[in-house]
Ligand binder design. Sequence first.
Ligand code: KIV
Ligand code: ZN
Length: 515
Amino acid sequence: MRKINIFDTTLRDGEQSAGVNLNFSEKLEIAKQLERLNVDIIEAGFPAASKGDFSSVQAIAQTIKNCSVTGLARSVKSDIDAAWEALKDGVEPRLHVFIATSPIHRDYKLKLSKEQVIETAVETVKYAAERFPVVQWSAEDACRTELPYLAQIVEAVIQAGAKVVNIPDTVGYITPKEYGDIFTYLRENVPSIDGVSLSAHCHDDLGMAIANSLSAIEHGATQVEGAINGIGERAGNAALEEFAVALYTRKDYYKAETRLVLNEISRTSSLVSKLTGMIVPANKAVVGRNAFAHESGIHQDGVLKEKTTYEIISPDLVGFQSNSMVLGKHSGRHAFKTRLQELGFTIPDEEIKHLFTVFKDMADRKKEMTDEDLVAIVLEERLSTEQRFYDLTSIQVQYGTNQVPTATVTLTGFHNKIIQEAAPGSGSIEALYNTLERCLQAPVKLLDFRIQSVGKGRDALAQVYVKLRYQETETSGRGLAQDVLEASAKAYLNAINRVIYLNGKAKAEPVAQTQ
Ligand code: KIV
Ligand code: ZN
């Protein structure tokens, strides 16, 4: 079996998904889960992009011990310096430096000649290799680059010190056969190719990211890059869980394996979905709610007689368990803490005290508290705490079929100021959001609103995601509560609090662009 390295870019390319805005604690929590999943490399962010990105990459590099942590840099020395500062304390500091190589990018974006692009790439790889033990170099838009030129620049960066060469399909344009042919071409035309690891990085614009990644490993790639749940720019990146399970299920054909702990997939997918607000479609391969549901009578009959008639992946393989009741309102703090530890959370006692109060409050109203509920409480309470500038004190909404819905809201604002307002709307949520906007005394544009139940049953918790624009900043927020209106109000305030936090931190900070 050949070993394929998994390079996870959920926190960098994945976080570039429209509307996704993870905070420091959320990024750290995802990185810890990626470590449990046992990916080989975590791309934690783009340190030169902002102070926020820098500190989260640094914290992840200092915390993660079983994976290599990397950060992205453009081909400029200041980006490499920032990345070094952020990554130097990691177990194996690794730099991911890129430059665009295709004629479209060279002529229109970079305005550099072929020779100038090679010169810049070589100079920056040399500079990086003086600091980092491992330098990965990427040819942005490699798949629309002239092959002889791609081979020439790849040879030059290997000579300059690159240890991993990545061939991204930046715009999701290539087909599996063509992508495989690029790897074959490079292996046949780059003299020093044997000394490096070749990596595949595919976007899903034409729905071919997984097929392309698999084709790359058939043609010599030893590393595959992607994001959990396939999140990322536009149509997203290759979904790592799909790639890993395809390789495992068809190892007879691919004769290759990853070191992923496959039964951590479900938990990782759910964590990423909850924190990014990017809901996993029910029919999504490997992690969708229906991925293991057999609906037709013929299928059910077959599965009851012999599972493998219609099931090529077992739900246990990827960690799907039936969500049994684990705790209730009579459970004690010790049992609560132990279960959270079993779910992978290490939480200091002072925080457990607060979380336990929230748990008890919910358990009073909801008979069965499942693992999913516990995870939702921890994520909600723990990962949003540093950003509460406005807090919800109470809401009251009046609704009747022949009445104008009206909401009354009380908030605690800056300096513990109590703010109270009321407003009508054409529906309950609109009345609530009109009232909250009145409390803030500034325009807020709601761009997206989504509601999902946590688990099953009539008393399931409500999880709401919103995307909004406030103070000229677009961001997302999430809220959890037993009641949909309360969850809606919390999600809205969570987004507002994030904007205030981001704008407060972003003052005088240059934001670099990757694309
Ligand atoms: O898609 C892409 O080209 C990238 C590079 C920065 C590697 O994400
Ligand atoms: Zn990408």
